[in-house]
Design a protein around this ligand. Sequence first.
Ligand code: CDP
Length: 246
Amino acid sequence: MEKPQLIVNGLRLDGRKPDELRPIKIETDIIKNASGSAYMEWGNNKVIAAVYGPKEALPKHTGDPEKAIIKCVYSMTPFSSLEEHGRSGPNRRAIEISKVTKEVFENIILVENFPRSEIDIFIEILQADGGTRAAGITAAAVALATSGIPMRDIPYAVSAGRVGDTVIIDLNKLEDNYSDADMPVAIAPRNNEILLMQMDGGLTREQFKKALEMIKNAGKVITKIQREAIKKPYEDLINKYGAKYE
Ligand code: CDP
């Protein structure tokens, strides 16, 4: 395919402004056997995240006497995308995304509370349209929060990028393929600590600053949606039975 013009009259091909996120929906507790789970729709991405643990690390010798070990499996279903698709079993890209996601959560979960344990995080991409690692991290953060596993914060992730001189947020698949830069970032919103930063392409110092600013602004919206999703089951109970704490 020839490189499409990604920005026409100031708008992107899906009608968004440069700093506009795709719509995001999150639902919790969708996998009953999991310690915590979430289903997310982020634009045309559809993602399930499920968390198991903390439980005894197996095989036992893998356990760390100081802290829990985090295991993460990111995987794309073979039917998740029209052009390309995930094959059964992990490929190089899935192994990389699993690794960086694991590192995000190792640094935010209070792992030292659970020596000799493991916490398993599964991220399954049912439908893919660019930005699936960010969607996976954002959904897994909600699954972890609902599981009650203690974290220092609830992280979110989103990518920023560049089309010519214009910095854009939340690249879809077409933008991911043809943009001049793509930078997925995961952040702990309480102190804006950066937990993941990857980069494809290049940004000037000014564009980088602008991208980070856009990411933090988007983060306010994403964080709100995450928190509302986490609270919803409790609010539903309160609405059903009334708020009686006796
Ligand atoms: O998803 P993310 O942007 O985090 O990762 P990427 O490696 O930059 O891939 C960009 C996009 O390409 C994915 O989100 C998918 O939409 C698509 N893709 C695919 O359809 N099949 C693959 N095997 C790999 C990527």
